[in-house]
Design a protein around this ligand. Structure first.
Ligand code: GUN
Length: 299
């Protein structure tokens, strides 16, 4: 049986380190890290995520602000709010919760956030720094950064000689994850919906990362015996065994069968999920430290 990679415990230790870094920064400078989260519309799942981000920010000792805007907000009004937060010295991180309602040009909104306040790591300046191997001056997208921390608990920081396969090529996850693995000296294959013999490619992986959004797509016979499996999927599926109309969360990996073959595996929920929010807190204290001319904390 595989070792279970416990994202709850690992994220809790990140939060502890972030809280300590925040307290030290405040003691040195008199300034708390400031995080502003903007949410537009009333999607219940997005409100739940944003509420959790605000609570965690307070727990870390941050100055935490939430801007809740109505569905009918215009692009111009949203850009104006981002510009105000860009100019606000008490705010070091600005996050616009995605997805935005359909009438917005999301890309233009994301690119309007100052790169040094882009705690989601989605600005082209931050994406470009990662792509050119600069991991020291930019901000890295939270879910890949958190997934990398999980990989490091199994393999350490140097992945020389290991084959990594990432399934999924999104800007939010797949591309930055591939770049982080490459930066750590893994030999990286980026697989996606047009890949031929996906199962065969996955079987070459010492580190297999699945981010496809298809419930339990990765089967046991896609997994090389002893491999490390990182499951980034969060899919809600019917669970009639729990009662009529009930649902449950599953990943992109068929966990029960894959964990009989893998060496280490992340569960869903409780694997990658808790790391995303922890790395958002880490990015906020990093952004604050850099804005205040202090050494960049490491997590
Ligand atoms: N919605 C779901 N995940 C994310 C995320 O990581 N960042 C933002 N801004 N919105 C999201």
């Amino acid at each position: 049986m595989a070792t279970i990679i416990d994202g709850k415990t690992i994220s809790a230790s990140v939060i502890e380190a972030v809280t300590a870094a925040s307290a030290a920064l405040e003691q040195d400078t008199g300034v708390k890290p400031g995080l502003a989260v903007i949410i537009v519309g009333d999607d219940p799942a997005s409100h739940a995520y944003v509420g959790a981000k605000g609570r965690m920010a307070k727990q870390c000792g941050f100055h935490s602000v939430q801007h809740t805007l109505p569905e009918e907000t215009t692009q111009e009004d949203l850009l104006k709010l981002v510009a105000e937060l860009n100019a606000d010295a008490s705010i070091h991180g600005v996050l616009v919760q995605l997805p935005l309602p359909k009438h917005f040009d999301s890309e233009a909104v994301i690119q309007s956030i100052l790169p040094e306040k882009d705690v989601d790591g989605l600005h082209v300046v931050n994406a470009g720094k990662l792509a050119t191997g600069d991991l020291e001056t930019g901000l890295i997208s939270c879910t890949p950064a958190g997934s990398m921390l999980l990989v490091r608990t199994v393999h350490g920081a140097d992945l020389s000689g290991l084959n990594a396969v990432v399934i999924g090529r999104s800007n939010l996850f797949g591309k930055p994850m591939g770049q982080l693995l490459l930066n750590a000296n893994a030999t990286v294959t980026m697989a996606h919906s047009r890949t031929k013999d996906l199962a065969g490619i996955c079987r070459t992986a010492d580190i297999l990362v699945a981010a496809v959004g298809r419930p339990e797509m990765v089967k046991a016979d896609w997994v090389k015996p002893g491999a490390t499996v990182i499951d980034v999927g969060i899919n809600r599926v019917p669970a009639p065994e729990k009662g009529e109309g009930k649902t449950k969360l599953v990943g992109d990996v068929a966990y029960a069968e894959a964990s009989a073959v893998a060496g280490a595996i992340t569960p869903v929920p409780g694997g990658v999920g808790p790391m995303t929010i922890a790395m958002l807190m880490a990015n906020t204290v990093i952004a604050a430290a850099m804005a205040l001319g202090r050494p960049r904390p490491k997590f």
